[in-house]
Design a protein around this ligand. Structure first.
Ligand code: GLN
Length: 527
């Protein structure tokens, strides 16, 4: 047993129980075996094997190596990767190979990590299901757990139960599925409105969004620059801290990053929970919240109390405006960000010679899906001269009020906020696609978006399995730049709840034969 976590496997590498190449090959074979999940858009097999070989040389020389050396990682396909195609799951960027690495990708490689590939997402990260990218939806590995499949059979009453697999949540669904299926030991997602934290609980992994400015977003193809943050997906909190330690710090290429030097994020083994004050925002008790999530939320609060922490109800009075405010700001920034895709310099170009305008229009029509086009239209509407004050400026003011609510709470005695991450466990694909993208995002991100508008750190930790045998997670929100304290509390909590991290083999007990795996596959992996 090599270990399930990054730290454990890193120790196994250091002690020589496995070589980086063997580890890389194991992950590559799991990627092939789980192709039907559609977690990866591009598998960088050759690059990965070469990086593993380099790492092996370093181990052989007996260098004292960092925790990431030889560790398989995956990166969402909206981070630029030099010499590896970067598509944002869009026709617009199919075939685009960036000339440089995003800062976070470069940092991972500099630390010796092995890049397994680029993971699937909603087109340009706009969505909350990982269902609308051009390479098809991502399937939740937990759809295939024995316990869940049995429950589903009981419910299906003769329907074709396999057509009703579960979504991962999004838009970082590919990275989450890749981590949950053990095809890598850490994955990068992007978090603009919560979409590292949103899919994490659905797949039973830890999803961490650092404080805005702690980690560079240079090379992350922008959705909403004022909110975009690289997110970290791992199978335990400690691993998230290790990766954060490698990524955090000033980047001369990203003026929003902090200037001060960053200390390593080493989490203590115990936390002084009895000195903490945990806030429970009353506005987060949404009527749509499932009774199971609500019950785990209150059990978690009781756990803190029983350990001597002070648990108090707090108010974030402007929280209810966050979805509508996010929409106005997101689409406005999208309208401006997407202007760069004009068919001239890179990406798709429609072969129309009538006029430049006609070429732009046809390129953008063919290149973007209806979600992206819809957001460009809304954003341009909000930015029109006659609407600018009424929509964009007003939304900026509301954003400030939302951020101030958090400041007020953290200026009182509160150290951390405890909230649900999502309304419920993962839902079946067929149910999810009944609603349009905007409605879904509005419902699915209600507990996460305000955090992005305030630039705070937050982490979703898996808590337990629901009656349906599916993972449920809770979110902790911290003070800006108090990421270390936040992760320390989350680590303590994780230890108390002992979420059953299930090995892929167990997870897919019922569909282990290749024949069945092929049968379940509806979308093919692009390799
Ligand atoms: N659901 C939100 C959106 O579609 C959040 C996106 C994200 O965090 N990547 O814009």
């Amino acid at each position: 047993m090599l270990g399930r976590t990054l730290r454990e496997v890193s120790t196994a590498l250091k002690q020589g129980h496995i070589t980086p190449t063997e580890l890389c090959q194991k992950c590559l074979s799991l990627i092939k075996k789980t192709k039907f999940l559609n977690a990866y858009i591009t598998v960088s097999e050759e690059v990965a094997l070469k990086q593993a070989e380099e790492s092996e040389k370093r181990y052989k020389k007996g260098h004292s190596l960092g925790d990431l050396d030889g560790i398989p990682v995956a990166v969402k396909d909206n981070f630029s990767t030099s010499s590896i195609e970067t598509t944002c799951a869009s026709n617009m960027l199919k075939g685009y190979v960036p000339p440089y690495n995003a800062t976070v990708v470069q940092k991972l490689l500099d630390k010796g990590a092995v890049l397994m590939g680029k993971t699937n997402l909603d087109e340009f990260a706009m969505g909350s299901g990982s269902t609308n990218g051009v390479f098809g939806p991502v399937k939740n590995p937990w759809s295939y757990s024995k316990q869940h499949r049995e429950k589903r059979k009981q419910k299906a009453h003769g329907e074709n139960e396999d057509s009703n697999w579960l979504i991962t949540g999004g838009s970082s669904g590919g990275s989450v599925a890749a981590a949950a299926a053990f095809t890598c030991f850490a994955a990068l997602g992007s978090d603009t409105g919560g979409l590292t934290r949103n899919p994490a609980p659905h797949c039973g992994v830890v999803g961490f969004k650092p404080s805005y400015g702690l980690v560079s977003h240079h090379g992350l193809i922008p959705l909403v620059n004022s909110m975009d943050v690289p997110g970290i997906l791992t199978r335990c909190v400690d691993d998230a801290a290790i990766v954060l330690g490698m990524l955090a710090g000033h980047d001369p290429k990203d003026s929003t990053t902090i200037q001060d030097p960053v200390k390593p994020f080493t989490l203590p083994t115990s936390a002084d929970v009895n000195k903490l004050c945990t806030g429970i925002p009353k506005e987060y008790l949404a009527p749509e919240l499932s009774s199971e999530v609500r019950s785990f939320w209150s059990k978690a609060a009781n756990l803190f109390e029983s350990e001597g922490a002070k648990v108090i109800e707090v108010s974030l009075p402007h929280a209810s405006y966050s979805v509508v405010c996010y929409h106005a700001l997101c689409t406005s920034e999208v309208a401006s960000n997407m202007a760069r895709f004009d068919g001239l310099e890179y990406g798709h170009r429609c072969d129309i010679n009538v006029s430049t305008e006609a070429m732009y229009a046809a390129t953008r029509w063919e290149g973007f899906n209806d979600v992206v086009r819809g957001r460009i239209l809304s954003g341009n509407f909000f930015l029109l001269k006659e609407n600018y004050e009424n929509y964009f400026i007003k939304a900026q003011k509301v954003r400030q009020l939302i951020a101030n609510d958090f400041v007020n709470v953290f200026n009182s005695e509160v150290d951390v906020l405890l909230t649900p991450t999502t309304l419920s466990e993962a839902v079946p694909y067929l149910e999810f696609i009944k609603e349009d993208n905007r409605t879904r995002s509005a419902q699915d991100d209600i507990f996460t978006q305000a955090v992005n508008m305030a630039g705070l750190p937050a982490v979703s930790v898996p808590v337990a399995l629901s009656n349906q045998g599916l993972p449920i997670g809770l979110q902790f929100i911290g003070r800006a730049f108090c990421d270390q304290l936040l992760l320390t509390i989350a680590k303590w909590f994780e230890k108390q709840v002992q979420f059953p991290v299930i090995q892929l083999q167990e997870l897919m007990d019922d569909c282990s034969s290749d024949f069945e795996i092929e049968k379940l596959s509806s979308v093919s992996l692009k390799q």
